[in-house]
Write a new protein. Structure first.
Length: 201
């Protein structure tokens, strides 16, 4: 059995004429704002949004912080669309496991619903740790596994393009530790995921 993702439209770019600055992920900007409020970053902090896509979170960061935030994405198509909508956006094209920024130069990092898509999650976390300044914090949101009923379920996940990298909570915490992070807060927002699935599937 293979999982066909060719016709999946969950993360597609909006069609011409539709709102560009959307955040198609569970919780959207509401969850982003909640996380920022918990972290209490300084107003003059330098923020980085990894896998910034069309720039919805980037725009939110630019509203809340004095210094222009940086957006990083590996998709040139996404970044071009972001720049069409906001030509002043400060964006970089690159991979999350090789971030083109100086070590210790970033106050806060956001990576929303993308760690499991990196397929090199530990390398990504180590790279985030490298670029964070002393006292810096990272906000990571993603889906995680509670349990699988059978080995067949795991095979289905492994054959999926978009969720094959999903991990159990214990695996995620172990990788955080290996990357040198201390966990401040872990929250479960399954209700946001369920709402998103109802609206998009």
């Amino acid at each position: 059995m293979t999982v066909d993702c060719e016709n999946c439209r969950l993360f597609a770019l909006p069609r011409s004429g539709e709102q560009k600055k959307h955040s198609n992920r569970p919780g959207g900007l509401e969850l982003t704002s909640q996380a920022l409020n918990l972290c209490t970053f300084p107003r003059n902090g330098r923020m980085l949004d990894i896998a910034c896509g069309l720039g919805a979170t980037l725009a939110l960061l630019n509203e809340r912080f004095e210094k222009p935030a940086i957006g990083l994405d590996r998709s040139g198509k996404m970044l071009r669309s972001a720049l069409v909508d906001d030509p002043g956006s400060n964006v970089l094209m690159g991979d999350c496991f090789s971030i083109p920024l100086v070590s210790g130069s970033i106050t806060g990092v956001l990576m929303e619903c993308a760690l499991s898509l990196s397929y090199r999650s530990l390398d990504t976390l180590k790279e985030i740790k490298r670029i964070l300044a002393p006292g810096g914090k990272a906000i990571i949101t993603d889906i995680f596994l509670r349990e699988l009923d059978s080995s067949f379920d795991r095979q289905c996940l492994q054959k999926s393009r978009c969720i094959s990298g999903v991990m159990y909570r214990e695996e995620i915490l172990e990788q955080f530790s290996q990357a040198g992070f201390l966990l401040d807060i872990w929250q479960d927002h399954t209700l946001f995921l369920k709402k998103w699935m109802i609206e998009n599937i």
